[in-house]
Design a protein around this ligand. Structure first.
Ligand code: SF4
Ligand code: F3S
Ligand code: FES
Length: 234
């Protein structure tokens, strides 16, 4: 089948403003949008710029807007889209570097701000630090995050202020706050109880809808808000 790709193009170094280019591509129903972008880059316009690495939904590098919805280009099949006219644009709220590539620096600054690693200065036991299945279950969901930014860049609170820490950073914080072996939960809650912290979330749920790992993002944010409100991690 023939599909028409309408792709956002912008090179801030040479273009006054963004525009869209159209490419007609022969596609199989089982082709992924990433396959179509690779085809365009390989055979029609080598200047098209986009990020990708694993092509299997693991690395999180190819988040884009497909027909207005944040998705990973490697996880969307042509046959799952209603129209054979497919619009591909960069994720919103971050500056465009070129075409579909955005500057992720502020996104990763927010990520780094929540102490995104295990903290425990107590002497290690002879074997591993034990944890029950129930204790692990408490944060299992948020371990699945691949830092793709689909959640944060679908959030209207983030669109209105890049200073909002954003759902992805809160998901990362959640993964450690509720880990029974970690000891920096209180410090992370202090960081998130900030003017640009969790209370910038107005429970809009776009983040949950956008997450390609099906993490219950809004629920995780709610659990962090509750821990701050009651002053304890339970
Ligand atoms: Fe991506 Fe989901 Fe992690 Fe957000 S929570 S960065 S949408 S994997
Ligand atoms: Fe934004 Fe998700 Fe909250 S979309 S407002 S972070 S529920
Ligand atoms: Fe790695 Fe799509 S290219 S998640």
């Amino acid at each position: 089948m023939k599909v028409t790709l309408k792709v956002f193009r912008y090179n801030p170094e040479t273009d006054d403003k963004p525009h869209y280019d159209k490419f007609v591509v022969d596609a199989e129903p089982t082709d992924r949008i990433l396959d179509l972008l690779e085809y365009v880059k390989g055979y029609q316009d080598g200047t098209l710029s986009f990020r990708r690495s694993c092509a299997h939904g693991i690395c999180g590098s190819d988040a884009v807007r497909i027909n207005g919805v944040n998705r990973l280009a490697c996880k969307v099949l042509v046959q799952t889209l209603r129209s054979k006219k497919i619009t591909v644009e960069p994720i919103l709220g971050l500056p465009v570097i070129k075409d579909l590539i955005v500057d992720m620096e502020s996104f990763f600054d927010h990520y780094l701000s929540v102490i995104p690693y295990f903290v425990n200065d107590e002497p290690p036991p002879m074997k591993e630090r034990l944890q029950s299945p129930e204790q692990h279950e408490r944060f299992e969901d948020t371990t699945k995050c691949i830092l793709c930014a689909c959640c944060t860049t679908s959030c209207p609170s983030f669109w209105s202020s890049e200073e909002y820490i954003g759902p992805a950073a809160i998901v990362t914080a959640h993964r450690f706050i509720f880990d029974s072996r970690d000891r920096a939960g209180a410090e992370r809650l202090r960081i998130l109880n900030d003017i640009f912290g969790v209370y910038r979330c107005h429970t809009i749920f776009n983040c949950t809808d956008a997450c390609p790992r099906e993490i219950e993002v809004t629920r995780a944010i709610g659990e962090v808000k509750k821990a701050i409100a009651i002053g304890k991690i339970d």
